[in-house]
Design a protein around this ligand. Structure first.
Ligand SMILES: Cc1cc2nc3c(=O)[nH]c(=O)nc-3n(C[C@H](O)[C@H](O)[C@H](O)COP(=O)(O)OP(=O)(O)OC[C@H]3O[C@@H](n4cnc5c(N)ncnc54)[C@H](O)[C@@H]3O)c2cc1C
Ligand code: SF4
Length: 488
Protein backbone atom coordinates (compact mmCIF):
# COMPACT_ATOMS: atom_id res chain seq x y z
CA UNK A 1 0.00 0.00 0.00
CA UNK A 2 2.97 2.36 -0.05
CA UNK A 3 3.46 4.33 3.17
CA UNK A 4 0.28 4.78 5.24
CA UNK A 5 0.75 8.53 5.44
CA UNK A 6 2.78 8.91 2.21
CA UNK A 7 0.01 10.67 0.30
CA UNK A 8 -0.12 13.36 2.99
CA UNK A 9 3.65 13.76 3.34
CA UNK A 10 4.86 13.78 -0.24
CA UNK A 11 3.92 15.71 -3.39
CA UNK A 12 3.58 14.27 -6.85
CA UNK A 13 6.61 14.52 -9.07
CA UNK A 14 6.91 13.41 -12.68
CA UNK A 15 10.14 12.33 -14.34
CA UNK A 16 12.35 15.17 -15.41
CA UNK A 17 12.74 16.30 -18.97
CA UNK A 18 15.91 17.38 -20.73
CA UNK A 19 16.16 21.07 -21.51
CA UNK A 20 13.85 21.64 -24.51
CA UNK A 21 16.40 23.68 -26.44
CA UNK A 22 19.14 21.09 -25.89
CA UNK A 23 17.01 18.10 -26.81
CA UNK A 24 16.00 19.72 -30.09
CA UNK A 25 19.55 19.03 -31.25
CA UNK A 26 19.09 15.27 -31.15
CA UNK A 27 16.49 12.50 -31.55
CA UNK A 28 17.00 10.81 -28.19
CA UNK A 29 14.20 10.35 -25.63
CA UNK A 30 13.30 13.65 -24.03
CA UNK A 31 12.83 12.34 -20.48
CA UNK A 32 15.37 11.84 -17.68
CA UNK A 33 14.79 8.85 -15.38
CA UNK A 34 14.04 9.26 -11.65
CA UNK A 35 16.51 8.22 -8.96
CA UNK A 36 15.54 5.13 -6.90
CA UNK A 37 14.99 7.37 -3.87
CA UNK A 38 12.49 9.56 -5.73
CA UNK A 39 10.71 6.51 -7.09
CA UNK A 40 10.34 5.08 -3.61
CA UNK A 41 8.79 8.35 -2.43
CA UNK A 42 6.39 8.42 -5.38
CA UNK A 43 5.43 4.79 -4.72
CA UNK A 44 4.82 5.72 -1.07
CA UNK A 45 2.05 8.11 -2.18
CA UNK A 46 -0.18 5.17 -3.19
CA UNK A 47 -2.72 5.04 -0.36
CA UNK A 48 -4.17 1.54 -0.87
CA UNK A 49 -7.62 2.98 -1.37
CA UNK A 50 -9.13 -0.54 -1.23
CA UNK A 51 -11.18 -0.08 -4.39
CA UNK A 52 -8.46 0.88 -6.85
CA UNK A 53 -10.08 2.62 -9.79
CA UNK A 54 -6.64 2.93 -11.39
CA UNK A 55 -7.01 -0.50 -12.96
CA UNK A 56 -10.68 -0.59 -13.97
CA UNK A 57 -9.94 -0.20 -17.71
CA UNK A 58 -13.40 1.02 -18.79
CA UNK A 59 -14.79 3.46 -21.30
CA UNK A 60 -16.43 6.40 -19.49
CA UNK A 61 -17.78 9.36 -21.51
CA UNK A 62 -16.20 7.88 -24.64
CA UNK A 63 -12.66 7.82 -23.21
CA UNK A 64 -10.63 5.22 -21.33
CA UNK A 65 -10.54 5.34 -17.53
CA UNK A 66 -8.18 3.14 -15.60
CA UNK A 67 -5.68 0.68 -17.02
CA UNK A 68 -7.10 -1.50 -19.84
CA UNK A 69 -4.73 -4.38 -19.03
CA UNK A 70 -5.63 -4.12 -15.34
CA UNK A 71 -2.05 -3.68 -14.16
CA UNK A 72 -1.72 -4.49 -10.44
CA UNK A 73 -0.73 -0.93 -9.72
CA UNK A 74 -1.10 -0.64 -5.90
CA UNK A 75 0.89 -3.87 -5.50
CA UNK A 76 3.88 -2.69 -7.47
CA UNK A 77 3.73 0.80 -6.01
CA UNK A 78 4.12 -0.79 -2.60
CA UNK A 79 6.97 -3.04 -3.72
CA UNK A 80 8.83 -0.09 -5.26
CA UNK A 81 8.37 1.91 -2.05
CA UNK A 82 10.02 -1.01 -0.19
CA UNK A 83 12.80 -1.36 -2.79
CA UNK A 84 11.66 -4.88 -3.77
CA UNK A 85 12.18 -4.28 -7.49
CA UNK A 86 12.38 -7.86 -8.69
CA UNK A 87 9.02 -8.68 -7.10
CA UNK A 88 7.56 -5.50 -8.56
CA UNK A 89 8.73 -6.68 -11.98
CA UNK A 90 7.13 -10.10 -11.51
CA UNK A 91 3.84 -8.41 -10.62
CA UNK A 92 4.05 -6.06 -13.60
CA UNK A 93 4.75 -8.83 -16.10
CA UNK A 94 1.67 -10.74 -14.95
CA UNK A 95 -0.53 -8.30 -16.85
CA UNK A 96 1.67 -6.37 -19.28
CA UNK A 97 3.78 -7.96 -22.02
CA UNK A 98 5.55 -4.71 -22.89
CA UNK A 99 5.77 -2.21 -19.99
CA UNK A 100 8.76 -0.58 -21.67
CA UNK A 101 6.35 0.77 -24.32
CA UNK A 102 3.42 1.75 -22.10
CA UNK A 103 5.74 3.16 -19.39
CA UNK A 104 7.07 5.57 -22.01
CA UNK A 105 4.12 6.51 -24.20
CA UNK A 106 0.84 5.48 -22.57
CA UNK A 107 -1.37 8.53 -21.86
CA UNK A 108 -1.90 6.92 -18.45
CA UNK A 109 -5.68 6.72 -18.06
CA UNK A 110 -4.81 5.00 -14.75
CA UNK A 111 -3.68 8.33 -13.32
CA UNK A 112 -6.93 10.09 -14.28
CA UNK A 113 -8.88 7.56 -12.22
CA UNK A 114 -6.40 7.23 -9.32
CA UNK A 115 -8.43 7.67 -6.11
CA UNK A 116 -5.90 10.14 -4.73
CA UNK A 117 -6.68 12.33 -7.76
CA UNK A 118 -10.12 13.15 -6.31
CA UNK A 119 -8.43 15.66 -4.02
CA UNK A 120 -4.72 15.67 -4.89
CA UNK A 121 -2.43 15.10 -7.86
CA UNK A 122 -2.47 11.40 -8.84
CA UNK A 123 0.24 8.87 -8.04
CA UNK A 124 2.99 8.92 -10.68
CA UNK A 125 2.02 5.47 -11.98
CA UNK A 126 3.36 5.52 -15.52
CA UNK A 127 6.88 6.63 -14.56
CA UNK A 128 7.07 3.93 -11.88
CA UNK A 129 6.01 1.35 -14.47
CA UNK A 130 8.82 2.41 -16.80
CA UNK A 131 11.38 2.34 -13.99
CA UNK A 132 10.43 -1.22 -13.00
CA UNK A 133 10.89 -2.65 -16.49
CA UNK A 134 14.00 -0.59 -17.26
CA UNK A 135 15.57 -1.92 -14.07
CA UNK A 136 14.54 -5.42 -15.13
CA UNK A 137 16.50 -5.09 -18.37
CA UNK A 138 19.47 -3.30 -16.72
CA UNK A 139 19.84 -6.03 -14.10
CA UNK A 140 19.53 -8.89 -16.58
CA UNK A 141 16.28 -10.12 -15.00
CA UNK A 142 14.59 -10.27 -18.39
CA UNK A 143 15.85 -13.35 -20.20
CA UNK A 144 14.32 -15.38 -23.05
CA UNK A 145 11.56 -17.72 -21.85
CA UNK A 146 11.76 -20.53 -24.36
CA UNK A 147 8.68 -22.80 -24.29
CA UNK A 148 9.62 -26.33 -23.27
CA UNK A 149 6.99 -28.10 -25.36
CA UNK A 150 5.14 -27.33 -28.58
CA UNK A 151 1.53 -28.09 -29.51
CA UNK A 152 2.23 -28.56 -33.22
CA UNK A 153 -0.32 -25.85 -34.07
CA UNK A 154 0.71 -22.99 -36.38
CA UNK A 155 -0.61 -19.44 -36.16
CA UNK A 156 -0.03 -16.61 -38.65
CA UNK A 157 -0.29 -13.06 -37.35
CA UNK A 158 -0.57 -10.27 -39.91
CA UNK A 159 0.90 -7.03 -38.55
CA UNK A 160 3.63 -6.56 -35.93
CA UNK A 161 2.23 -3.61 -33.96
CA UNK A 162 1.58 -3.97 -30.22
CA UNK A 163 -1.56 -6.08 -30.83
CA UNK A 164 0.27 -8.53 -33.08
CA UNK A 165 3.28 -8.66 -30.75
CA UNK A 166 1.18 -9.28 -27.63
CA UNK A 167 -0.83 -12.03 -29.37
CA UNK A 168 2.40 -13.59 -30.67
CA UNK A 169 3.99 -13.53 -27.20
CA UNK A 170 1.00 -15.14 -25.51
CA UNK A 171 0.50 -17.82 -28.17
CA UNK A 172 4.20 -18.66 -28.29
CA UNK A 173 4.31 -19.03 -24.52
CA UNK A 174 1.30 -21.37 -24.82
CA UNK A 175 3.44 -23.58 -27.07
CA UNK A 176 2.00 -22.74 -30.49
CA UNK A 177 4.32 -21.93 -33.41
CA UNK A 178 3.86 -18.30 -34.38
CA UNK A 179 4.86 -16.47 -37.56
CA UNK A 180 4.36 -12.71 -37.76
CA UNK A 181 4.09 -11.17 -41.24
CA UNK A 182 4.97 -7.49 -41.57
CA UNK A 183 4.77 -5.30 -44.64
CA UNK A 184 7.39 -2.80 -43.40
CA UNK A 185 11.14 -3.48 -43.35
CA UNK A 186 11.20 -3.44 -39.53
CA UNK A 187 8.69 -4.99 -37.12
CA UNK A 188 6.88 -2.94 -34.47
CA UNK A 189 3.95 -1.30 -36.31
CA UNK A 190 3.36 2.23 -35.04
CA UNK A 191 5.84 1.60 -32.21
CA UNK A 192 8.52 1.59 -34.91
CA UNK A 193 7.14 3.82 -37.66
CA UNK A 194 4.70 6.33 -36.22
CA UNK A 195 5.71 7.21 -32.68
CA UNK A 196 8.93 9.22 -33.05
CA UNK A 197 12.30 8.27 -31.56
CA UNK A 198 12.26 11.10 -29.00
CA UNK A 199 9.17 9.53 -27.37
CA UNK A 200 10.21 5.89 -27.75
CA UNK A 201 13.76 5.07 -28.82
CA UNK A 202 13.71 2.38 -31.47
CA UNK A 203 16.38 0.34 -29.71
CA UNK A 204 13.73 -0.28 -27.03
CA UNK A 205 11.42 -1.79 -29.69
CA UNK A 206 14.26 -3.74 -31.34
CA UNK A 207 15.34 -5.16 -27.96
CA UNK A 208 11.87 -6.62 -27.45
CA UNK A 209 11.74 -8.03 -31.00
CA UNK A 210 15.13 -9.71 -30.41
CA UNK A 211 13.79 -11.27 -27.23
CA UNK A 212 10.61 -12.54 -28.92
CA UNK A 213 12.74 -13.98 -31.74
CA UNK A 214 14.98 -15.78 -29.24
CA UNK A 215 11.84 -17.17 -27.65
CA UNK A 216 10.88 -18.80 -30.95
CA UNK A 217 8.63 -16.35 -32.84
CA UNK A 218 9.35 -15.97 -36.58
CA UNK A 219 9.17 -12.45 -38.02
CA UNK A 220 8.85 -12.17 -41.79
CA UNK A 221 9.28 -8.53 -42.82
CA UNK A 222 8.97 -6.79 -46.21
CA UNK A 223 6.02 -9.09 -46.87
CA UNK A 224 2.56 -7.75 -47.53
CA UNK A 225 -0.11 -10.37 -47.05
CA UNK A 226 -2.53 -10.05 -49.95
CA UNK A 227 0.27 -9.25 -52.39
CA UNK A 228 3.46 -11.16 -51.60
CA UNK A 229 1.53 -14.07 -50.14
CA UNK A 230 -2.19 -14.60 -50.64
CA UNK A 231 -4.85 -15.06 -48.00
CA UNK A 232 -5.58 -18.54 -49.38
CA UNK A 233 -1.91 -19.57 -49.08
CA UNK A 234 -1.83 -18.41 -45.49
CA UNK A 235 -5.03 -20.27 -44.62
CA UNK A 236 -3.63 -23.42 -46.15
CA UNK A 237 -0.32 -23.23 -44.29
CA UNK A 238 -1.58 -22.19 -40.83
CA UNK A 239 -4.19 -23.49 -38.39
CA UNK A 240 -5.36 -19.97 -37.50
CA UNK A 241 -4.80 -16.42 -38.75
CA UNK A 242 -5.05 -13.18 -36.73
CA UNK A 243 -5.52 -9.85 -38.47
CA UNK A 244 -3.58 -7.19 -36.52
CA UNK A 245 -3.21 -4.83 -39.44
CA UNK A 246 -3.95 -1.61 -37.54
CA UNK A 247 -6.13 1.26 -38.71
CA UNK A 248 -3.68 3.33 -40.69
CA UNK A 249 -5.95 4.42 -43.55
CA UNK A 250 -5.58 8.16 -43.21
CA UNK A 251 -8.38 10.69 -43.39
CA UNK A 252 -7.73 13.21 -46.15
CA UNK A 253 -8.54 16.90 -46.48
CA UNK A 254 -11.12 17.64 -49.12
CA UNK A 255 -10.45 21.22 -50.04
CA UNK A 256 -9.50 23.65 -52.78
CA UNK A 257 -5.72 23.51 -53.30
CA UNK A 258 -5.21 20.07 -51.67
CA UNK A 259 -3.20 18.92 -54.73
CA UNK A 260 -0.44 21.52 -54.14
CA UNK A 261 3.11 20.20 -53.70
CA UNK A 262 4.40 20.18 -50.13
CA UNK A 263 1.20 18.76 -48.59
CA UNK A 264 1.73 15.34 -46.99
CA UNK A 265 0.02 12.95 -44.64
CA UNK A 266 1.50 13.15 -41.14
CA UNK A 267 2.23 9.42 -41.15
CA UNK A 268 4.35 9.71 -44.31
CA UNK A 269 6.33 12.52 -42.72
CA UNK A 270 6.89 10.64 -39.46
CA UNK A 271 7.62 7.26 -41.06
CA UNK A 272 10.19 8.59 -43.52
CA UNK A 273 11.89 10.58 -40.77
CA UNK A 274 12.32 7.53 -38.50
CA UNK A 275 13.36 5.26 -41.35
CA UNK A 276 16.03 7.68 -42.54
CA UNK A 277 17.26 8.19 -38.97
CA UNK A 278 17.61 4.43 -38.45
CA UNK A 279 18.99 3.63 -41.91
CA UNK A 280 21.61 6.33 -42.22
CA UNK A 281 21.28 9.01 -39.52
CA UNK A 282 19.58 11.11 -42.25
CA UNK A 283 22.54 10.88 -44.62
CA UNK A 284 20.46 9.16 -47.34
CA UNK A 285 18.25 12.26 -47.63
CA UNK A 286 15.19 9.97 -47.97
CA UNK A 287 12.90 12.07 -45.79
CA UNK A 288 10.75 15.19 -46.01
CA UNK A 289 13.04 17.99 -44.89
CA UNK A 290 11.41 21.19 -43.59
CA UNK A 291 14.63 22.98 -42.62
CA UNK A 292 14.18 26.74 -42.94
CA UNK A 293 10.50 26.37 -43.92
CA UNK A 294 7.18 27.50 -42.48
CA UNK A 295 5.23 24.42 -41.42
CA UNK A 296 1.53 24.03 -40.65
CA UNK A 297 0.13 20.87 -39.09
CA UNK A 298 -3.60 20.45 -39.59
CA UNK A 299 -5.15 18.42 -36.77
CA UNK A 300 -4.96 19.09 -33.05
CA UNK A 301 -4.11 15.59 -31.75
CA UNK A 302 -1.03 13.68 -30.67
CA UNK A 303 0.02 12.70 -34.20
CA UNK A 304 0.09 16.40 -35.01
CA UNK A 305 2.19 17.07 -31.89
CA UNK A 306 4.71 14.45 -33.07
CA UNK A 307 4.92 16.32 -36.41
CA UNK A 308 5.60 19.59 -34.54
CA UNK A 309 8.45 17.96 -32.58
CA UNK A 310 9.90 16.45 -35.76
CA UNK A 311 9.75 19.77 -37.65
CA UNK A 312 11.49 21.53 -34.75
CA UNK A 313 14.34 19.00 -34.82
CA UNK A 314 14.70 19.61 -38.55
CA UNK A 315 15.08 23.35 -37.78
CA UNK A 316 11.93 24.66 -39.44
CA UNK A 317 11.54 28.45 -39.60
CA UNK A 318 8.12 28.37 -37.94
CA UNK A 319 5.52 25.80 -36.95
CA UNK A 320 1.85 26.06 -36.01
CA UNK A 321 -0.72 23.37 -35.33
CA UNK A 322 -4.37 23.95 -36.20
CA UNK A 323 -7.08 22.39 -34.04
CA UNK A 324 -10.82 22.55 -34.57
CA UNK A 325 -11.73 22.51 -30.88
CA UNK A 326 -11.34 25.34 -28.33
CA UNK A 327 -8.54 25.25 -25.75
CA UNK A 328 -9.30 22.83 -22.92
CA UNK A 329 -9.90 24.21 -19.40
CA UNK A 330 -7.15 24.14 -16.74
CA UNK A 331 -9.37 22.20 -14.30
CA UNK A 332 -11.92 19.44 -14.86
CA UNK A 333 -15.30 20.94 -15.86
CA UNK A 334 -18.43 19.77 -14.02
CA UNK A 335 -19.34 17.32 -16.81
CA UNK A 336 -15.92 15.62 -16.70
CA UNK A 337 -15.53 14.50 -13.11
CA UNK A 338 -13.33 11.73 -11.67
CA UNK A 339 -12.94 8.87 -12.60
CA UNK A 340 -13.42 9.92 -16.25
CA UNK A 341 -10.27 10.72 -18.21
CA UNK A 342 -9.48 14.38 -17.44
CA UNK A 343 -10.05 16.58 -20.48
CA UNK A 344 -7.82 19.39 -19.29
CA UNK A 345 -5.17 21.59 -20.82
CA UNK A 346 -1.68 20.06 -20.77
CA UNK A 347 1.65 20.96 -22.36
CA UNK A 348 2.90 17.98 -24.35
CA UNK A 349 6.65 17.63 -25.00
CA UNK A 350 6.35 19.10 -28.50
CA UNK A 351 4.58 22.23 -27.28
CA UNK A 352 7.17 22.89 -24.59
CA UNK A 353 9.85 22.62 -27.25
CA UNK A 354 8.05 25.01 -29.62
CA UNK A 355 7.53 27.49 -26.80
CA UNK A 356 11.20 27.33 -25.83
CA UNK A 357 12.27 27.83 -29.44
CA UNK A 358 9.77 30.41 -30.70
CA UNK A 359 8.38 31.89 -27.48
CA UNK A 360 4.84 30.59 -27.89
CA UNK A 361 2.68 27.49 -27.85
CA UNK A 362 2.24 26.45 -31.51
CA UNK A 363 -1.42 25.45 -31.07
CA UNK A 364 -4.11 27.51 -32.74
CA UNK A 365 -7.57 26.63 -31.48
CA UNK A 366 -11.07 26.79 -33.02
CA UNK A 367 -9.62 27.27 -36.46
CA UNK A 368 -10.83 25.97 -39.81
CA UNK A 369 -8.77 25.87 -43.01
CA UNK A 370 -10.88 27.23 -45.87
CA UNK A 371 -8.47 26.83 -48.79
CA UNK A 372 -4.87 26.15 -49.73
CA UNK A 373 -3.11 28.42 -52.22
CA UNK A 374 -0.12 27.35 -54.34
CA UNK A 375 2.52 29.50 -56.08
CA UNK A 376 3.09 29.55 -59.86
CA UNK A 377 5.10 26.29 -59.62
CA UNK A 378 2.33 24.44 -57.81
CA UNK A 379 4.07 24.56 -54.42
CA UNK A 380 1.95 25.33 -51.39
CA UNK A 381 2.32 29.00 -50.45
CA UNK A 382 -0.39 29.86 -47.94
CA UNK A 383 -3.41 28.63 -45.99
CA UNK A 384 -6.59 30.68 -45.60
CA UNK A 385 -8.44 30.16 -42.34
CA UNK A 386 -11.39 31.35 -40.27
CA UNK A 387 -12.11 31.10 -36.52
CA UNK A 388 -14.98 28.90 -35.38
CA UNK A 389 -17.37 28.97 -32.45
CA UNK A 390 -18.37 25.69 -30.79
CA UNK A 391 -22.06 25.79 -29.94
CA UNK A 392 -24.76 23.40 -28.73
CA UNK A 393 -28.06 22.90 -30.55
CA UNK A 394 -31.43 22.44 -28.82
CA UNK A 395 -30.81 18.71 -28.47
CA UNK A 396 -27.46 19.28 -26.79
CA UNK A 397 -25.36 18.33 -29.83
CA UNK A 398 -22.24 20.33 -30.57
CA UNK A 399 -21.75 22.14 -33.87
CA UNK A 400 -19.28 24.68 -35.22
CA UNK A 401 -20.13 28.11 -36.65
CA UNK A 402 -17.75 30.40 -38.54
CA UNK A 403 -17.08 33.82 -36.98
CA UNK A 404 -17.26 36.45 -39.75
CA UNK A 405 -14.33 38.87 -39.88
CA UNK A 406 -11.79 36.38 -38.44
CA UNK A 407 -10.30 35.33 -41.79
CA UNK A 408 -6.50 35.02 -41.81
CA UNK A 409 -3.75 34.04 -44.25
CA UNK A 410 -0.82 31.92 -43.02
CA UNK A 411 2.43 31.36 -44.96
CA UNK A 412 3.44 27.70 -45.36
CA UNK A 413 5.79 25.75 -47.58
CA UNK A 414 4.91 22.45 -45.91
CA UNK A 415 1.56 21.22 -44.60
CA UNK A 416 1.01 17.97 -42.72
CA UNK A 417 -2.44 16.43 -42.50
CA UNK A 418 -3.10 14.84 -39.10
CA UNK A 419 -6.90 14.75 -38.93
CA UNK A 420 -7.24 11.12 -37.95
CA UNK A 421 -7.66 7.71 -39.49
CA UNK A 422 -10.62 6.16 -41.26
CA UNK A 423 -9.97 2.53 -40.40
CA UNK A 424 -8.17 -0.56 -41.60
CA UNK A 425 -7.27 -1.17 -45.23
CA UNK A 426 -10.00 -3.08 -47.04
CA UNK A 427 -8.31 -5.04 -49.93
CA UNK A 428 -6.83 -7.64 -47.55
CA UNK A 429 -10.20 -8.14 -45.87
CA UNK A 430 -11.85 -8.72 -49.26
CA UNK A 431 -9.23 -11.35 -50.10
CA UNK A 432 -10.07 -13.23 -46.89
CA UNK A 433 -13.79 -12.58 -47.36
CA UNK A 434 -13.83 -10.92 -43.93
CA UNK A 435 -16.70 -8.52 -43.20
CA UNK A 436 -16.07 -4.96 -42.03
CA UNK A 437 -18.33 -2.38 -40.41
CA UNK A 438 -17.35 1.30 -40.63
CA UNK A 439 -13.96 0.22 -42.03
CA UNK A 440 -13.21 -1.89 -38.94
CA UNK A 441 -13.07 -5.68 -38.95
CA UNK A 442 -16.40 -7.04 -37.71
CA UNK A 443 -15.43 -9.19 -34.71
CA UNK A 444 -17.00 -8.98 -31.25
CA UNK A 445 -14.68 -8.00 -28.37
CA UNK A 446 -14.06 -11.05 -26.21
CA UNK A 447 -14.57 -13.48 -29.12
CA UNK A 448 -12.44 -11.76 -31.77
CA UNK A 449 -13.53 -14.20 -34.48
CA UNK A 450 -14.48 -12.88 -37.89
CA UNK A 451 -17.14 -14.35 -40.18
CA UNK A 452 -14.41 -16.57 -41.73
CA UNK A 453 -13.53 -19.86 -40.01
CA UNK A 454 -10.12 -19.71 -38.32
CA UNK A 455 -9.60 -15.98 -38.97
CA UNK A 456 -9.53 -13.64 -35.95
CA UNK A 457 -8.89 -9.89 -35.54
CA UNK A 458 -7.50 -7.68 -32.77
CA UNK A 459 -6.14 -4.21 -32.06
CA UNK A 460 -6.81 -1.10 -34.12
CA UNK A 461 -7.94 -3.20 -37.11
CA UNK A 462 -10.93 -4.24 -34.98
CA UNK A 463 -11.53 -1.25 -32.71
CA UNK A 464 -10.20 1.69 -34.81
CA UNK A 465 -7.24 3.95 -33.93
CA UNK A 466 -6.75 3.68 -30.19
CA UNK A 467 -3.91 3.23 -27.71
CA UNK A 468 -0.99 0.88 -27.31
CA UNK A 469 -2.38 -0.38 -24.03
CA UNK A 470 -5.66 -1.37 -25.73
CA UNK A 471 -3.70 -3.09 -28.50
CA UNK A 472 -1.85 -5.12 -25.84
CA UNK A 473 -5.15 -5.93 -24.15
CA UNK A 474 -6.66 -7.16 -27.43
CA UNK A 475 -3.52 -9.11 -28.33
CA UNK A 476 -3.64 -10.94 -24.99
CA UNK A 477 -7.37 -11.60 -25.20
CA UNK A 478 -7.40 -12.80 -28.83
CA UNK A 479 -4.58 -15.22 -27.97
CA UNK A 480 -6.85 -16.90 -25.38
CA UNK A 481 -9.61 -17.35 -27.95
CA UNK A 482 -7.25 -18.64 -30.64
CA UNK A 483 -5.70 -21.09 -28.19
CA UNK A 484 -9.17 -22.41 -27.29
CA UNK A 485 -10.02 -22.72 -31.00
CA UNK A 486 -6.80 -24.64 -31.72
CA UNK A 487 -7.04 -27.04 -28.83
CA UNK A 488 -10.65 -28.29 -29.17
C1 LIG B 1 1.77 9.08 -34.93
C2 LIG B 1 1.09 8.26 -33.89
C3 LIG B 1 1.48 8.40 -32.57
C4 LIG B 1 0.87 7.63 -31.59
N1 LIG B 1 1.27 7.80 -30.30
C5 LIG B 1 0.72 7.04 -29.33
C6 LIG B 1 1.14 7.18 -27.99
O1 LIG B 1 2.00 8.02 -27.68
N2 LIG B 1 0.57 6.37 -27.04
C7 LIG B 1 -0.37 5.44 -27.37
O2 LIG B 1 -0.83 4.71 -26.47
N3 LIG B 1 -0.81 5.29 -28.63
C8 LIG B 1 -0.28 6.06 -29.63
N4 LIG B 1 -0.72 5.93 -30.91
C9 LIG B 1 -1.72 4.86 -31.22
C10 LIG B 1 -1.05 3.47 -31.20
O3 LIG B 1 0.21 3.53 -31.82
C11 LIG B 1 -1.93 2.44 -31.90
O4 LIG B 1 -3.20 2.42 -31.27
C12 LIG B 1 -1.32 1.03 -31.83
O5 LIG B 1 -0.04 1.01 -32.40
C13 LIG B 1 -2.22 0.01 -32.54
O6 LIG B 1 -1.58 -1.22 -32.55
P1 LIG B 1 -1.93 -2.34 -33.63
O7 LIG B 1 -1.01 -3.46 -33.36
O8 LIG B 1 -3.38 -2.62 -33.63
O9 LIG B 1 -1.61 -1.69 -35.06
P2 LIG B 1 -0.35 -0.92 -35.68
O10 LIG B 1 0.61 -0.48 -34.64
O11 LIG B 1 -0.93 0.09 -36.59
O12 LIG B 1 0.38 -2.06 -36.54
C14 LIG B 1 -0.23 -2.63 -37.68
C15 LIG B 1 0.86 -3.26 -38.54
O13 LIG B 1 0.27 -4.06 -39.54
C16 LIG B 1 1.05 -3.97 -40.71
N5 LIG B 1 0.24 -4.40 -41.86
C17 LIG B 1 -0.92 -3.82 -42.29
N6 LIG B 1 -1.39 -4.51 -43.36
C18 LIG B 1 -0.50 -5.51 -43.59
C19 LIG B 1 -0.45 -6.56 -44.57
N7 LIG B 1 -1.39 -6.70 -45.50
N8 LIG B 1 0.60 -7.42 -44.53
C20 LIG B 1 1.58 -7.30 -43.58
N9 LIG B 1 1.57 -6.32 -42.64
C21 LIG B 1 0.53 -5.45 -42.64
C22 LIG B 1 1.43 -2.51 -40.74
O14 LIG B 1 2.57 -2.29 -41.58
C23 LIG B 1 1.73 -2.25 -39.27
O15 LIG B 1 3.09 -2.49 -38.99
C24 LIG B 1 -0.15 6.71 -31.93
C25 LIG B 1 -0.57 6.59 -33.25
C26 LIG B 1 0.04 7.35 -34.22
C27 LIG B 1 -0.43 7.22 -35.63
S1 SF4 C 1 -0.32 0.68 -19.13
FE1 SF4 C 1 -1.00 2.83 -19.18
S2 SF4 C 1 -2.94 2.79 -18.06
FE2 SF4 C 1 -1.87 0.86 -17.55
S3 SF4 C 1 -0.68 1.33 -15.66
FE3 SF4 C 1 0.67 1.72 -17.41
S4 SF4 C 1 0.46 3.92 -17.82
FE4 SF4 C 1 -1.31 3.30 -16.57
Amino acid sequence: MGKATGFMEYSREKVGERNPLTRLNDWKEYTVPFSDEKLSIQGARCMDCATPFCHIGMEIQGATSGCPIHNLIPEWNDLVFRGRWKEALDRLLKTNNFPEFTGRVCPAPCEGSCTLAITDPAVTIKNIEQAIIDKGFENGWITPRIPTSRTGKKVAIIGSGPAGLAAADQLNQAGHSVTVFERADRPGGLLMYGIPNMKLEKEVVERRIRLLTQEGIDFITNTEVGKDITAAELQEQFDAVILCTGAQKQRDLVMEGREAKGIHFAMDYLTLSTKSLLDSNFEDGQFINVEGKDVIVIGGGDTGADCVATALRQKCRSVVQFGKHPQLPAERPSDNLWPAYPNVYTMDYAYKEAEAKFGEDPRQYSIQTKKIVADENGNVKELHTIQMEKLKDEEGRYYFKEIPGTEKVWPAQYVFIAIGFEGTEQPLLSQFGVKAVNQKVAAVYGEFKTNVEGVFAAGDARRGQSLIVWAINEGREVAKEVSKYLMV
